[in-house]
Design a protein around this ligand. Structure first.
Ligand code: FES
Ligand code: FE
Length: 421
């Protein structure tokens, strides 16, 4: 398509609300965003052993993630090459091969077609099995997180993440043992997937939307009460690289343990704590996926990422804590859903579609920084995140291929033993 979308005006922050509810735009997203981008599909701890598989999604496409006999990771479309039946209907497991329940074609852990009933009697030995393997996606990993893309022309995952990795390391490479991903807890909500991603560092909504949850937690557990006054004083930076977003809580004065300094270098170990981050397009970290199910429906997957070297009791507490805030029974997320639903529907009516949303907060307050890579703002409360996300989205929607999609130059200096991707 040669259509050029004007989704976000970078000068004024005006946002076209039809991007949430328009069926045509949604269909185009499936091709141009989810068909091209690197997408988080799982974590290495979900498939630790040969034969392990985990059923996941790339956009709307059902995908089987497997660990093969050689220890390699594979991501394959869960659609039989014969007539399109799904090969596995379970969420996860361990197996030697995938037999289609319709006519029995059988595929290996790497997607190769290994067995066809009646290859001689029914097909006269004319079937070229080598050309009938499952459709495979490219797979790469970063710090235990597994990503996949359908696009043969996509850059490496390393280039896709770019300097965002400098920040993400401080979360994902700080401890030598890495993480275990528990879950996911899944729930479906009548919202557009984008509203949940752009919200991840919208601290402006917290004192209002989460007022009662915050007050309750403050009373019961002595937690921080989120007020506007608190918001204005939080020492934090936000960084934006290739449409990814990182909230950096400045931990000046922190003295990290020696082994963390060794792994990350002194500066990052002591001064950088990246959290509330998003990876373009649909991942919010810790590890939450917003899986599109139509313009006005999203399936959320919440994983609890727990340090692998924690004690069993610590793991239990961390999982409980995670579930108490996020997902279906979470104190905070239930608050958000109703707002996201209304934002998602705001452009679905005739007059509503004519009224732009406004993302102009803090315009002009982000730029390059001497120490922190990417575009950086010192404002804790701003709409830089939303603008960075929607400008990247607009770039994908207007691109004919990866040749039209920019990657920011990588300038970050890595110290420590974990510098390698
Ligand atoms: Fe899978 Fe026929 S559809 S074997
Ligand atoms: Fe919220």
């Amino acid at each position: 398509s040669t259509k050029k979308y004007k989704i976000l005006d970078p000068e004024t922050g005006a946002l076209d609300p039809r991007i949430y509810s328009d069926e045509t735009i949604y269909r185009e997203e499936m091709e141009k965003v989810f068909g091209r981008s690197w997408l988080l599909i799982g974590h290495e701890s979900l498939v630790p052993n040969p034969g392990d598989f985990f059923h996941t999604y790339m956009g709307e496409e059902p995908v089987i993630l497997t660990r093969d006999r050689q220890g390699g990771l594979n991501a394959m479309l869960n659609v039989c090459r014969h007539r399109g039946a799904r090969l596995t209907r379970t969420d996860d497991g361990n197996c030697a091969s995938f037999m289609c329940v319709y006519h029995g074609w059988t595929y290996g852990l790497d997607g190769a077609l290994e067995y066809v009933p009646g290859e001689e009697q029914a097909y006269d030995n004319k079937l070229d099995k080598t050309k009938l393997g499952l459709r495979r996606a490219r797979v790469e990993t970063y710090a235990g997180l597994i990503f996949a893309t359908w696009a043969p022309d996509a850059p490496s995952l390393e280039d896709f993440l770019g300097d965002a990795r400098w920040y993400l390391d401080t979360e994902y490479k700080r401890r030598p043992a890495g993480f275990i991903a528990y879950g996911p807890q899944k729930w479906i909500q009548p919202v557009n997937w984008k509203t949940s991603v752009d919200n991840c560092s919208d601290w402006y909504h917290v004192p209002t939307t989460h007022s009662s949850a915050s007050n309750a937690l403050a009373r019961v557990m002595g937690a921080t009460r989120y007020t506007h006054e608190w918001n204005w004083t939080v020492p934090a930076k936000h960084a934006f690289v290739n449409g990814h977003q990182i909230a950096v809580f400045e931990t000046t004065g922190h003295e990290a343990p020696a082994e963390e300094v060794e792994r990350l270098g002194e500066f990052r170990a002591n001064n950088v704590a990246a959290s509330a981050s998003s990876i373009f397009p649909n991942t919010v970290l810790g590890m939450r996926l917003a899986i599109p199910r139509g313009p006005l429906q999203t399936e959320f997957w919440h994983f609890a990422l727990v340090p692998a070297d924690a004690t069993e009791e610590e793991k239990r507490v961390l999982r409980m804590e995670h579930a108490s805030q996020n997902g279906a029974a979470g104190t905070f997320e239930a608050d958000d859903i109703d707002n996201w639903r209304q934002v998602s529907n705001s452009g679905a009516t005739f007059i509503g579609a004519q009224q732009e949303q406004l993302l102009n907060m803090g315009l002009g307050n982000a730029g390059p920084h001497d120490v922190y890579p990417g575009m950086v703002t010192d404002r804790f409360v701003s709409e830089h995140n939303q603008r960075a996300f929607y400008l990247r989205y607009q770039e994908f929607m207007n691109a004919g291929s990866w040749a039209d999609i920019s990657l920011e130059p990588q300038t970050a200096v890595y110290e420590g033993t974990t510098a390698e991707m």
